[in-house]
Write a protein that binds this ligand. Structure first.
Ligand code: ACM
Ligand code: ZN
Length: 617
């Protein structure tokens, strides 16, 4: 028996390493299922027993520590039902969580922490609240995934710090308005993944969402349209919209700050500005008037670059934005600005002549440089989509590389800080599985599966070591053309945001798809506990069919993005069940026939049924 299982282990392990996601049985793993994977983990024997007498002790006289203690206490109550009191204490206490904030772990940076769990207590050390907060997230992932009062926490030593400083998620609230409650929930989900930057896309052609006191029409008019749904790019007719007051925006900033998330607001310019131009048509080239849009897509109406009033307006807006958002960086958009209107606008053409610009592309560069002066005067850095590279940038400009990684490479070579968010890996409005198995998403041609998202490497090998230091992080983007409910945001963002979070946090040499897939099985249970509406697409079966037309046979292979899946299939047209044939490796069939397959776990179907006809060739 022993020998047999040892042999099975070896062969499984070999197959498994060749084909991650293929259906083979367990290798034992002792490292706890923490996502993102910590930098250094040493599992130890024994465990800490959490019980009704357990306490939380925090460093005396440290408000951040007290707040974190209270946060841990609340989280433990949610997960165990126990009320664990928080007190301040300098001396080691038995049967306690000890949160020590202060010197001792400085070399790990402000987001780093050290965590030791043994049978006496749980010691969390960090130099700043950021690190202690992340240590708490790790502690919560050491707990069972379902509510249990008396619980054991496995003994472990963890030393952890992030690979990148910007670990972001963007939500497009311009095309679609999302409630404050949902944004808070999203920030909670980000924080649990140790993500630290929420990029708040606040203005779009289809809606302006932030109250600007000097320009009330931006939200009185620009925040509304007579439609709730754009379906396949068309309107269907009922009023929709909404905006965030400055008080609400400040409330969200504070909420995020308590979770060590910085909000980077985005005000789009010169393009993606139709909503603003409907409200203030005098800022456009033609003077308007314009109607609310009835289709998605890139719009031709953009801010007039020849009109001084445009820059006065943007300066006023930026001043109000800066007063709300204390972060060091503001996003100025800069993408997808068609030059049609500038070409036919006398004011823009006059500007080109007077400034000795070559063409409308240099006018865009002029525009960015004018706005840059506003940011500099406000003592803020700005970030823009990679189009802002065209024409040269000020030294403090950051670049968000979205049209692949080329913009990021160029920016890093010019010594600009870069955030990698290439559409073909990190756009979370793209499908995450076969389009026929998924809710409507933006394009059919680029499917960003969980595995594909996970395997993106943000530091391009063509950069020198010095250049690579300008790659500051990663970000997933949730554009909302086809995402109109919080539930769908959750579905599209998770679990893929977990893959991005791990790339942003975990040392490169600790990143490994099959181990991530293993830990995700536990992460899904955490999502269930939180009632997060994540996609189960990773369980769906991908079928590869290799036909031999001479022999009229076909070889079938199955794969999923889940860990060691139990795939079952039928060839008789029936729905697969727990009793159907178990897939153990490639098999041959005689076409024509219909194959239906699905993944099962603990007697339950996990994803959807995939069906594919295998035809005679
Ligand atoms: C973008 O997707 N237009 C940044
Ligand atoms: Zn103009």
């Amino acid at each position: 028996m022993k020998l047999r299982s040892a042999l099975m282990f070896c062969s499984s392990f070999l197959i498994f390493s060749l084909f991650p996601g293929s259906p083979v049985k367990a290798q034992t793993q002792t490292e706890p299922a923490i996502i993102p994977r910590p930098a250094v983990v040493k599992s130890l024997p024994g465990r800490f027993l959490l019980n009704a007498a357990t306490k939380i002790c925090v460093t005396p006289g440290n408000p951040a520590g007290r707040k974190l203690g209270a946060m841990l206490s609340q989280a433990l109550k949610d997960r165990t039902g126990l009320t664990i009191p928080v007190s301040e204490s300098r001396s080691p206490v038995a049967n306690a969580f000890i949160i020590h904030l202060g010197p001792g772990t400085d070399s790990l940076g402000k987001e780093g922490y050290r965590l030791t769990v043994n049978n006496k207590n749980i010691l969390l050390r960090a130099s700043e609240g950021n690190g202690a907060f992340y240590g708490i997230q790790t502690i919560l992932q050491l707990l069972p995934t379902t509510k249990k009062a008396l619980t054991g926490i496995p003994a472990v030593e963890i030393t952890d710090w992030p690979r990148f400083e910007w670990r972001g998620l963007m939500l497009d609230c311009g095309r679609y308005y999302y409630s404050m409650n949902f944004l808070k929930k999203l920030i909670d989900y980000m924080a649990m993944h140790k993500m630290n930057t929420f990029h708040w896309h606040l203005t779009e052609d289809h809606g302006w969402r932030l109250e600007i006191k000097k320009y009330p029409r931006l939200t009185d008019i620009g925040a509304w349209r007579t439609t709730t749904e754009f379906s396949q790019g068309r309107l269907n007719g009922t009023p929709a919209g909404g905006y965030y007051t400055q008080e609400q925006a400040k409330e969200l900033v504070a909420y995020a700050a308590e979770r060590y998330v910085t909000i980077v607001p985005e005000i789009e310019m010169p393009g993606h500005a139709t909503a603003a131009l409907i409200a203030y048509p005098e800022l456009s080239c033609s003077g308007g008037p314009f109607k609310p849009l009835t289709r998605w897509g890139i719009q031709k109406e953009i801010f007039c670059a020849g009109n001084e009033r445009t820059f006065e307006f943007l300066e006023d807006v930026i001043k109000e934005v800066v007063a709300i958002f204390p972060g060091a960086v503001i996003h100025m958009g800069g993408d997808e600005a068609p030059k049609d209107r500038w070409k036919s606008c006398p004011k823009c053409q006059e500007r080109i002549r007077k400034e000795h610009l070559k063409d409308e592309h240099e006018l865009q560069s002029y525009f960015v440089k004018r706005v840059e002066k506003i940011f500099t005067a406000q003592k803020k850095n700005y970030i823009g989509w990679d189009e802002i590279l065209e024409g040269g940038l000020a030294p403090n400009a950051w670049v968000m590389s979205w049209r692949g990684i080329k913009g990021g490479i160029e920016a890093a070579r010019q010594q600009h800080n870069v955030v990698m968010t290439p559409y073909n890996y990190y756009y979370l409005d793209y499908y995450q599985g076969k389009p026929s198995m998924e809710p409507n998403a933006i394009f059919d041609h680029a499917i960003n599966t969980l595995e594909k998202v996970y395997n993106f490497e943000p530091t391009p090998p063509e950069l020198t070591e010095a250049e690579a230091r300008f790659i500051k992080g990663v970000q997933g983007n949730v554009w909302s053309e086809f995402i109109h409910t919080p539930e769908k945001v959750e579905y599209m963002a998770f679990p893929r945001a977990a893959a991005i979070a791990e790339t942003g946090w975990t040392p490169k040499n600790r990143k490994q798809w099959d181990d991530f897939a293993r830990r995700m099985e536990t992460q899904y249970e955490r999502y269930d506990f939180l009632e997060l509406n994540y996609a189960r697409s990773a369980y769906n079966v991908w079928q590869t069919t290799l036909t031999d037309s001479l022999a009229n046979t076909a070889e079938i292979r199955f794969k999923t993005n889940s860990y060691q899946p139990e795939i079952r299939y039928t060839t008789d047209g029936n729905e697969p069940t727990t009793q159907s044939t178990l897939y153990t490796g490639p098999f041959k069939v005689k076409p024509p026939l219909l194959i239906k397959s699905a993944t099962f776990k603990n007697g339950k179907m996990m994803g959807k049924v995939y069906e594919e006809a295998v035809l005679r060739k």
